[in-house]
Structures are given as C-alpha cells and as structure tokens.
Design a protein around this ligand. Structure first.
Ligand code: C5P
Length: 405
C-alpha cells in the first residue's frame, strides 16, 4: 500500500446510484496515502449526503459554484489537485465535459484543471452504448481523459450488461498504475496474453469447455496497457472483453486456434503471459451433424490438445519472459515448481482452489509466485486487478534482472 503517498486527489461525485461506492473509494484512496478533497454535483447530494464525505475527508465538501462559500473554490481546488477523478461519472457529466459546460462544481473544476483527469463512468447499459455517449467518450479520450473501464453485471435498472462503475479497489489500482506508467520498463514492450477458456467441438452445437471467464487475463491486459505496453490478448469464448481500446483482441475458440494465434504473435513478444484455461483434451472426431439422442449411452473418445505454453517454451529466446499459471485443488507447491521447469516459465502464479476467494468467475485471487531461483512470494487475498498489478511488478523486476545479466 501507500503508492499514492502524498498525492493530492480531487474526487468529483456526480448523481448516480453508484455514488455510495465513492465513500469507499474515498477511504481506499486515503488508505493508499492520498489526501482527498471531495466535490459533488447538486444531483449527487440526493444520493449521498455531503456530510458523509466531510466526515471522512475532514474537509468541506463543495457542490454549488455560486451561492455556497467562496465562489472561486473550483479554481483553487483544480490547481491544488495532482489528480482529478470523477467517480461516478454519469452520462450527463460526461456530456458536459465534452461540450465544456461549467454549470456545476464538478464540470467547472474540469475546465479549470491542469492535472491528469480520470473518469469512472456509471450508467445503464443502453446509455453506455448510445452513439452520443460513445462519441463523448472518444472525444474525452482524445483529450487524454483516462476512462476507467465499466464493469459488466446487474444494473440498478434491473437490466444486465455493461455500465457498472468499477469497484473502488479497482479504481485505486488503476490510478496507481497510471501514475507509475511514465517510468515503467514495460512501456512500449510487446505483451502477449492468452486468456479465457477454450471450447472443443463435439458436434455443430455442443462442446467441451470449462468455467473460466478470462477475468484474470483481461485484468492483466488492462494493467499492461495502463503501463503503456503494446498488448495483444488471445481470448477464448467469454462474454467479457477489455475496455481499453488500445488492446488488440484476437478471438479464438479451440485450443488449436489459440495455439495458432499465439504462435503468430509470440515471435515478436517481449513478455508472454499464459493465463488461459486451455481444455486439455478434445473429441477425437467432430460429428458434422448434431448427434441424435438415440441410445442410453454415448462414448466420447478424447485426444490430447497441444500444450501452448510448452510449445512456446521450446521456442523462447533468452530475452523473452514467460509467465504461467497453476490452478490446483490442493496446495500445489510441487506442481507449480514442476511446471516452472517443464514449460520453461520465468515465473508461475499459483492459485489454490483450496483457498476461499480464488479460482474461476470470482473477482478475487490468492496467489503465490514461484521463480526460477527457487524464490517464492506469497500474497494475501486480493482483487484480480490488484493481483494483476503485483504480477506486472514482478515482470518489471524480471525485465530489469535480464537486462543486467
Ligand atoms: O499443466 P497445466 O494445465 O496445469 O498448466 C497451466 C499453465 O499452462 C497455464 O499457464 C496455462 O495457460 C498453460 N497451458 C497452455 N496450454 C495447455 C494447457 C495449459 O498454454 N494446453
């Protein structure tokens, strides 16, 4: 913790139901060492009382540019801040920023700001996908406003889709990452990531698969892109996708498709992270027609799929870095060390299903890193984005070590 030590952060809250999460965000920013002041739009005060933010930040909270306190707070606060983050950022606030309107405290501060600006959008799925919002987001990105990817899930409207504000811990990690991006050794490095499950066809409508969602790999792709690496993500069949448009996404279905795509990009990659949950076996024959349910029993004969990490490990040159994952249902230290050797990895991230909160489809992970020199590093239960940040820090260290060898 403490990576935001001494940073002056201005937190702008606009009127969305997600405003309650900003109270947690305020706390999380403070825990990381930042000094935080809060401003709100009038509408945001309908969702959360300014008093909540005042009590935690220990500073007055401003939400009115004209009648309340001194009129030029927006100038003073904008110049005071090292970073301005708007969370939640509603479609309305985003539109105001795009057009340069300044009729509330948050939009007035944006116009007067000179520091890096981050926005964590929050809105309903259709509002998020509306061409007006798409175009506003593009405009703000072209002005170097960093848009924190929205989450996918159930929304206050009862609909399901994209538009949820990122979780406070995630926002803090993204801020930390971006603030150290200028000096990262990953800048302009080519990072290749495999992620998600693979589907192995049985017939035109059925397949063998697993319950990986690709969350960990997508978090790694987002974090690498945040450090200005050139990221290619080879992504198996999953509903999720990264929010950062700079990430090149190659969609694949089967293990053999994934091998083909990975081989293509591996030659030029500096760092390859194998986070995909590749199906180990596939049906020996794929029926061209849908198999009829005539008998009481059906026998599938399965054959082994290629091991992508192993194959790439054979081709790896001495400048390339390979990171592998091991997901075991037992504590698994021995398996992790064995994989490190067999697949020619520089580091293996071990997640044990024996630990609560680790594994597929959850937002958290509890990892231990194993390195070639017999060293290991154990971490507490963290969000996948925090684990991604830890993995990238370890990769940066490996790059520095390789350089000095
Ligand atoms: O042997 P195991 O499947 O446990 O190894 C896991 C590691 O190997 C992960 O990094 C995974 O992405 C990679 N792997 C692969 N191709 C396979 C199987 C696993 O790249 N066919």
């Amino acid at each position: 913790m403490g990576d935001l030590e001494g940073k002056k952060i201005l937190l702008g809250v606009s009127g969305s139901i997600a405003a309650y999460k900003s109270v947690y965000l305020l706390r999380a920013l403070q825990k990381s060492g930042a000094e935080v002041r809060v401003i709100m739009t009038q509408k945001a005060t309908d969702f959360v009382s300014p008093l909540s933010f005042e009590a935690i930040s220990h500073f007055p909270v401003y939400w009115d540019t004209s009648s309340q306190q001194s009129w030029n707070n927006h100038i003073e606060l904008s110049l005071w801040a090292d970073v301005f983050i708007i969370a939640p950022a509603t479609a309305n606030t985003i539109a105001k920023f795009t057009t340069g309107m300044a009729n509330d405290m948050v939009s007035a501060c944006y116009l007067a700001s000179r520091c890096p600006v981050f926005m964590a959008p929050s809105m309903d799925v259709d509002m998020w996908h509306h061409p007006a919002t798409r175009s506003n987001i593009n405009t703000l990105q072209s002005r170097n406003v960093f848009i924190i990817p929205v989450g996918y899930g159930s929304l206050a409207s009862g609909l399901t889709g994209e538009g949820r504000m990122a979780e406070p811990d995630e926002i803090v990690e993204i801020l930390k990452l971006n603030l150290r991006a200028k000096t990262s050794v990953l800048k302009n490095k080519k990072v290749l990531i495999t992620a998600g499950p693979t589907h192995e066809a049985i017939d035109p409508v059925r397949f063998i698969g697993n319950s990986s969602t690709g969350k960990m790999g997508i978090a790694l792709a987002e974090a690498s892109a945040g450090l200005n690496a050139e990221v290619t993500l080879i992504l198996g069949p999953t509903q999720l996708k990264p929010g950062n448009e700079k990430i090149k996404v190659i969609r694949v279905t089967s293990a053999r498709d994934m091998l083909k795509a990975t081989s293509k990009y591996h030659t030029k990659s500096d760092v390859t992270i194998f986070s995909a949950a590749v199906a180990d076996y596939r049906p020996g024959t794929v029926s061209e027609e849908k198999i009829k349910k005539t008998g009481d029993e059906i026998n599938l004969s399965l054959i082994k799929n290629p091991d992508i990490a192993y194959e790439m490990g054979l081709r790896k040159n001495k400048h390339q870095i390979h990171i592998g994952f091991a997901l075991e249902s037992t504590p698994g230290e021995e398996y992790a060390k064995e994989k490190l050797k067999k697949k020619n990895f520089d580091m293996v991230v071990l997640n044990s299903l024996a630990d609560a909160g680790a594994g597929f489809a959850v937002d958290t992970n509890k990892a231990t890193f194993y390195f070639k020199n017999n060293k290991s590093k154990k971490f507490e239960l963290k969000s996948k984005i925090q684990v991604a940040n830890d993995i990238l820090e370890a990769i940066e260290q490996l790059i520095i070590e390789k350089k000095t060898k």
